[in-house]
Design a protein around this ligand. Structure first.
Ligand SMILES: [Zn+2]
Length: 582
């Protein structure tokens, strides 16, 4: 429509000519029907200017149509871009109408700048498959210039209107999705009817990036009513609602995650599992997705595992253990045979501790095998096998065949039944060191649990070297934690000497810790070493109390005690210490 307008205006020529200022003298004016020689020159200029005008106008219209189409593809919406181009066109048209030919060079320059700016911006935002120019070719300096010029933030603002409710950016910090086979999910199908999917994937990337930034380990998308879907993060072990999405948006994101995780998007009634990986903030996270039905529709839970296994590589240090405990454990795990059972509830950091211990063992001189359900971290030079109950590959079955491969050290991911426990203990008696975990609250309970499932006391007596119980306590946010003088009654109740604890700290909450008052976690431990006294107790079917008292008498620091020590050191609060050990 602009070309018509401009063209028509131009062919009339009158305004243009009158407005032009390059008239060299009085003789150049139109004078009735007679045309003077100078006017011939003017006509030629007129023709040249007119053609340029036409070309510019047509190019402008073409560019506007392309931008409208392209912006919808790349940004998921065309509106701000289309409006900007139409408005710019209208402004130039008005300017030329008023000023005449002088405005033409400005109009052309403006047009080119606008097109170049749009292309640069869309290139910086487009999915890899959508790019016109390979990003590398854009060059760091150009990308830097985009950021420096503030165009970037303008883009963010323009796109802000398209972001999701709850402050979820449709693509946040750079988040790359990797499929199960390790290839980059490039949003292969981002055209036509799949634009919705492309946008939902961008939203999922935005949420995953946000979750990584906030150190979340789990992400749940759950329909709470018919019309919205809650997004909850688990940060430092605590679930927090982070976003509430309209149901259609949330459902689109759930479907998008299922596509990336290679799950059946049509199947919404049966539970499904999927895996993919996320690259964000220079780290790689393996993601395990589990979907399932609820009253209000499908939900999906994502578990983010740091594939770099940062903390695991540090061995037993960096897990919050005091030096004496690290030394005791090293003495245990380097034995030629025996068994270390690590216990605690789900999410208490058992796996991290076991991997940390394994990584202290020399993989070159000792043959290490693991049987896990599922494999959480990949370890170098260690043979790892995953349990697959569907294929009848149970812990017990794999363990039997593993023993034939003559390993030195075996990790049995978890002891859940009598059969597995017995084979593992037999292995511990026959020249293997066995690591395993058990779902129990503390060391004494673990021992009675083993007796309860029917394992012979003499087998436990001779096979088990030690039991380690653990929890993760949240660390007070160093920015906002608040010191206070603890009342004597509190200290007496906790069994702390009043004269030795002048100050304790409590949680407050600030933007740094997202209002929780905590930032990060550390482990607290209780190590029961099987000495003669504990072993002797076992045959007489001991109570939990008897076991605990015997161990304490021999120097075991209980979980509660370990947590209180952390509180006295000012790294956690009394309420947190009591919460995790209750
Ligand atoms: Zn804080």
């Amino acid at each position: 429509m602009k070309s018509m307008g401009f063209g028509a205006r131009f062919s009339g020529g009158v305004q243009w000519n009158q407005g032009a200022t390059e008239t060299p003298g009085p003789g150049t004016r139109f004078s009735g029907n007679v045309m003077l020689p100078l006017e011939t020159v003017q006509i030629e200029r007129f023709a040249v200017g007119g053609s340029l005008w036409l070309v510019t106008a047509v190019a402008w219209v073409a560019a506007t149509i392309w931008v409208e189409h392209d912006a919808r593809n790349v940004f998921g919406r065309s509106l701000p871009w289309k409006t900007a181009f139409v408005a710019l066109g209208a402004a130039v048209f008005l300017a030329t109408y008023q000023l005449g030919a002088v405005a033409l060079p400005f109009a052309m320059t403006g047009f080119m700048l606008a097109v170049v700016a749009y292309v640069l911006i869309r290139e910086s935002q487009a999915a890899p498959g959508e790019r016109l120019i390979p990003v590398a070719a854009l060059g760091d300096s150009v990308q830097w210039a985009i950021r420096a010029s503030g165009l970037d933030s303008l883009v963010q603002r323009l796109r802000g209107a398209g972001d999701l409710p709850g402050g979820v950016a449709v693509s946040g910090p750079a988040v790359v999705l990797l499929k199960k086979d390790g290839s980059v999910y490039g949003g292969e199908k981002t055209r036509g009817a799949d634009q919705e999917l492309s946008r939902a994937i961008m939203a999922a990337q935005g949420i995953l990036g946000d979750a990584v930034t906030k150190r979340a380990t789990d992400l749940h998308f759950e329909p709470k009513t018919g019309h919205d879907i809650q997004v909850r993060y688990r940060i430092d072990g605590m679930m927090q609602t982070m976003h509430t999405l309209p149901a259609d948006v949330g459902r689109a994101i759930i479907s998008a995650v299922k596509v990336v995780g290679d799950m059946d998007i049509a199947e919404k009634r049966r539970p499904q599992d999927g895996t993919f990986a996320v690259l964000a903030e220079g780290r790689k996270f393996d993601v395990r997705a589990a979907s399932g039905p609820t009253n209000f529709g499908e939900k999906i839970a994502l578990r983010l595992l740091d594939a770099g296994g940062g903390i695991v590589k540090g061995g037993l240090t960096g897990l919050g253990m005091r030096d004496s405990l690290v030394q005791s454990l090293r003495g245990i795990i380097h034995r030629a045979h025996g068994m270390l059972i690590v216990c605690g509830p789900t999410g208490s950091g058992k796996t991290t501790t076991v991997y940390g211990a394994l990584s202290e063992i020399d993989v070159l001189t000792r043959n290490i095998v693991t049987i896990e359900d599922p494999i959480e971290y990949r370890l170098d030079n260690i043979s790892q096998t995953a349990v697959n109950n569907a294929a009848d590959l149970t812990f017990a079955k794999i363990l039997r065949s593993t023993l034939r491969q003559d390993p030195d050290v075996i990790l049995v991911g978890e002891v859940r039944d009598k059969e597995t426990a017995e084979i593992a203990m037999q292995a511990a008696l026959t020249g293997h060191f066995v690591f395993t975990t058990l779902h129990a609250n503390d060391t004494a309970t673990t021992v009675t649990r083993l007796l309860d499932i029917g394992i012979d006391a003499t087998l436990i007596q001779s096979a088990v070297t030690a039991v380690l119980a653990q929890r993760l306590v949240r660390l007070l946010c160093p920015v906002c934690k608040e010191a206070y003088r603890p009342p004597e009654s509190l200290l007496r109740r906790l069994g702390l000497p009043p004269d030795k604890v002048p100050v304790l700290y409590k949680e407050v909450g600030c933007p740094e810790c997202h209002g929780s008052g905590f930032r990060g976690r550390t482990g607290i431990y209780e190590l029961m070493v099987f000495d003669t006294e504990i072993r002797n107790l076992l045959v007489g079917r001991p109570s939990i109390e008897m076991l605990r008292n015997a161990a304490r008498k021999n120097g075991m620091r209980t979980l509660l005690r370990s947590a209180l020590v952390k509180a006295c050191e000012g790294v956690t609060s009394i309420s947190e210490a009591e919460r995790v050990t209750q």
